[in-house]
Design a binder for this molecule. Structure first.
Ligand SMILES: Cc1ncc(COP(=O)(O)O)c(C=O)c1O
Length: 419
């Protein structure tokens, strides 16, 4: 047995790709929309650091800003002159309503802090998160994940470590949650798009009802935008979809690959931070290195034409992928947004986690991912996985990916898969 020092050779199992044709996959360099492995092969990337590199790997503006921060000292350990600038720039996402910001290092920590803020504000303990939602790897919220036992439908609502679950797009379930547990309910924690359940976008009527019940009950809403933040523009995805959050967690794309996350909040939600009731700590939080990465990213995204191009490119890829399978007699659809989407072998977007579970096709997804990889295109092999698009994906990547999808569709049809 090969005893690696780092178990599996990677500190987050979500990042490892299976062997393919006897070969592993280890990245030596990432640039723009491409990965270069240790054997010198180049791949078009749709993992894009699990969504963290929206503007492309190693974007020169971010590299330059970080170089300067490193040279000036990345960790002064006292207030620095970039953090407030970065906070202001980031808070543009929150618009006129969600105007406060504080930094963390990971999305997991941002969720933890947002829950702490909601508990301090409401004086209640219980957090309700969505079945199938992923909100980080800390124990209380690592609960009700896709394919977990707790996510199964039963008559008893599961509770673990002051956390319970609700089911997206089920208004009756929300009513029952508030009727039975409202007095204890500090916060609703929900992704505006269930990225980890194959990019399911909840319905507006559901989000509006959820907002109404939460507001009537004095329960805070935490929109977990760690994955979708900045993927629809410099604004809140939650608000666009009918959910009115008090607190918003961000991560990934805000740092363009540099480890940084944040909590945004309304002035009211941040009162407990500003009056010192909720302590915010963290050696690395808001240091000049990460603040510089945020500032450079936000500056770049001031130019809205980037988004027009990104959405056109993503829409074209979604169409091309679906057409490639249709040409082989296989029905496929995509769910999500033009900057991040999932591929399903079905004719209609699942409405719920239960429905999604009946529609995932693990063997087909894995087979497609393998063929794409043989044609120089890396995707996430999980049936619940996503394709992340970046500003760096261009004509050559489109051409290569479309050819790879056609090959994948031919291979899938040849295997006898009917869709
Ligand atoms: C919606 C969501 N929330 C929270 C997290 C946790 O972020 P991190 O991995 O930076 O701790 C993730 C990570 O994938 C996520 O997708």
């Amino acid at each position: 047995m090969n005893a690696l020092t780092v178990p599996f050779g990677v500190s987050s199992r979500a990042r490892s790709l299976p062997l393919l044709d006897g070969k592993g996959f280890t990245v030596a360099r990432s640039q723009g929309a491409r990965l270069f492995d240790t054997e010198g092969r180049s791949f078009v990337d749709y993992g894009m650091a699990m969504g963290a590199t929206l503007i492309g790997h190693a974007h020169p503006a971010v590299v330059e800003a970080c170089k300067t921060a490193l040279e000036n000292g990345p960790m002064p350990g006292f207030p620095n002159d970039i953090e407030e600038l970065a906070g202001k720039a980031l808070a543009r996402i929150g618009g006129a309503r969600v105007t406060r910001a504080t930094f963390a290092t990971t999305g997991t920590e941002a969720v933890h802090l947002a829950c702490r803020i909601a508990r301090a504000t409401t004086g209640r303990r219980l957090i309700a998160k969505a079945v199938g939602g992923y909100d980080g790897w800390f124990d209380p919220v690592r609960f009700g994940l896709v394919e977990s036992a707790e996510a199964e439908r039963t008559n008893i609502r599961p509770v673990k470590e002051d956390t319970t679950l609700f089911r997206v797009n089920e208004i009756d379930d929300i009513d029952q949650l508030f009727d039975e547990m409202g007095a204890d309910l500090a916060a609703i924690l929900v992704e505006p798009m269930l990225g980890n359940t194959g990019c399911l976008v909840p319905e507006r009527a559901f989000f509006e009802h959820l907002t109404r019940r939460a507001q009537e009950n004095g329960t805070q809403i935490i929109a977990d935008e760690v994955m979708v933040g900045l993927r629809r523009g410099v604004r809140l995805v939650s608000e666009e979809l009918g959910l009115m959050p008090d607190l918003v967690t961000l991560g990934k794309a805000i740092g363009s690959g540099v480890p940084v996350a944040a909590v945004l909040g309304t002035p009211k939600a941040f009162e407990v931070v500003e009056n010192g009731t909720v302590p915010c700590f963290g050696t690395y939080h808001g240091n000049p290195l990460v603040a510089s990465a945020v500032l450079a990213t936000m500056k770049l995204l001031e130019d809205e034409s980037h988004y027009t191009r990104l959405f056109d490119w993503g829409a074209a890829l979604r169409r091309a992928a679906v057409e490639a399978f249709a040409a082989e007699g296989i029905t496929a659809i995509t769910t999500g947004f033009d900057s991040v989407f999932s591929l399903w072998f079905t004719d209609r977007m699942p409405r719920s986690y239960d429905e999604a579970k009946t529609k995932v096709r693990p063997e087909a997804t894995k087979r497609v991912s393998d063929t794409l990889r043989r044609h120089g295109v890396v995707s996430l092999p999980s049936p619940w996985g996503r394709y992340f698009i970046s500003l760096a994906h261009g004509d050559s990547e489109m051409e290569q990916t479309v050819l790879a999808f056609r090959a994948a569709a031919r291979d899938l049809a040849a295997s006898g898969f009917k869709g």
